[in-house]
Design a protein around this ligand. Structure first.
Ligand code: FAD
Length: 139
């Protein structure tokens, strides 16, 4: 069964670009092996990640990610069956800086600062649909 899991967490310290590069590199390597795809955003010290794939594979991966000391305060925001994947291009894609995607972040925010913890599943799905087509990504 194909599912998507969306969660948010806070960075546990100020991350340097190298941290994000490492997270992305291990994500791409590991996710490709287990058939998980998805997208990772980092804005205002908050990670927002959507994972899609087999229910068991996504669940096992999420529980491993939870153990990572580079973030804290994880919260599952959406968990649902999906008919098909969105992020077929990436085992894990990462959104470019907040500055380069500011208009998209603002479009789905209630306030001036992007806060995924307050977003509904409907808004989150619309956000991920939009970034799929219109966002700037880390190349
Ligand atoms: P390696 O990548 O070789 O790393 C070895 C060990 O060192 C791991 O235990 C790792 O946690 C730790 N480590 C490396 N760098 C640091 C650092 N700077 N600070 C603290 N510990 C460090 N992994 C995935 O496989 N798929 C994902 O989609 C994914 N998404 C993530 C999203 C977020 C927000 C975060 C914070 C982490 C994510 N990770 C993801 C990383 C995951 O938590 C594990 O670190 C990774 O899966 C371990 O991969 P590895 O066994 O190949 O170890």
């Amino acid at each position: 069964m194909l599912i998507q899991l969306t969660y948010a967490s806070r960075t546990s310290k100020t991350l340097v670009p190298e941290d994000l590069k490492n997270i992305l590199a291990s994500s791409q390597r590991n996710n490709a092996r287990v058939g998980v795809t998805g997208a990772l955003c980092l804005a205002n010290g908050i990670f927002l990640q959507q994972l899609e794939g087999d229910r068991t594979a996504v669940s096992l991966l999420y529980h491993r990610i939870l153990l990572d000391p580079r973030h804290r305060d994880p919260a599952i925001l959406d968990f649902a069956e999906i008919a098909s994947r969105k992020f077929t291009q990436w085992s894990m894609g990462s959104l470019a800086s907040l500055e380069s995607n500011r208009a998209i972040y603002l479009k789905y925010s209630r306030s001036a600062s992007f806060d995924p913890y307050t977003m509904s599943p409907t808004t989150l799905r619309a956000f991920f649909d939009e970034i799929m087509h219109n966002a700037a990504w880390v190349s």
